[in-house]
Write a protein that binds this ligand. Structure first.
Ligand SMILES: CC(C)(COP(=O)(O)OP(=O)(O)OC[C@H]1O[C@@H](n2cnc3c(N)ncnc32)[C@H](O)[C@@H]1OP(=O)(O)O)[C@@H](O)C(=O)NCCC(=O)NCCS
Length: 186
């Protein structure tokens, strides 16, 4: 294998875990935090395999749980490298939950984790290029580039919105919302 490139297939990773009762909340469903921890774990495994180094998590995007996960289900997290920059990698993770007794499978969420490869002195370090071997891999790489661009412009707009909030105007906007303003006890 070339030193400066690795195919997507090289680092594809799947983790399957049984949802045991201690993972459940008071409503009997699996805690979102358990799934987040598994997402982080599989992203690390996939990213570090591609990078060949230790990696850190920078962000997890699109965490929207579309369906609840029940105790006794088998959760599988399928991870692959969608995009690489110089030291950053975007790992796409599809989470599937399976009820083996009913033979039913549900897609609970798809998330995108940005990781950065670190050298032994804790500095961002270059990762191998990504070798794209299928149309789907090309599509995912291009989508990740677009998502990155959109995030930069979204973050810029959010910063602008934060800096332009006028409290008096803000109080006006709150009319009709489910909140009460009690400033200085009045
Ligand atoms: C993420 C981190 C490595 C960035 O460090 P930095 O000194 O800003 O490094 P750089 O500016 O050289 O950026 C390194 C890469 O991270 C990317 N990056 C930095 N901040 C980012 C962000 N908020 N979102 C996405 N990518 C980001 C840069 O685009 C760059 O990518 P590239 O090399 O592919 O072009 C650093 O902030 C860090 O170590 N954070 C803590 C991570 C951690 O501990 N995670 C566990 C959570 S408890």
């Amino acid at each position: 294998m070339e030193n400066n490139g690795k195919p997507v297939a090289y680092s594809k990773t799947t983790i399957t875990e049984l949802m045991i009762p201690s993972y459940a909340n008071f409503g009997g469903k699996i805690h979102g935090g358990i799934l987040l921890s598994l997402i982080d774990k599989v992203a690390y495994a996939c990213a570090s395999k591609h990078a060949g180094t230790y990696c850190v998590t920078v962000s997890i995007d699109n965490v929207e749980f579309l369906q609840p996960v029940e105790v006794g289900e088998l959760v599988s997290l399928h991870a692959s490298v969608n995009y690489v920059g110089r030291s950053s990698l975007v790992i796409g993770i599809k989470v599937i939950s399976e009820n083996v007794k009913l033979g039913s499978v549900k897609h609970t969420n798809t998330s995108y984790v940005t990781m950065v490869a670190k050298s032994d002195d804790d500095k961002p370090t270059p990762v191998p290029m990504l070798i794209l071997e299928t149309k789907e891999e090309i599509r995912r790489f291009v989508e990740a580039m677009k998502r990155k661009e959109l995030k930069v412009s979204f973050n810029k707009k959010m910063d602008e919105a934060k800096n332009t909030v006028d409290i008096n105007e803000g109080i006006d906007i709150l009319k009709g919302q489910r909140c009460m303003v009690i400033l200085d006890g009045k």
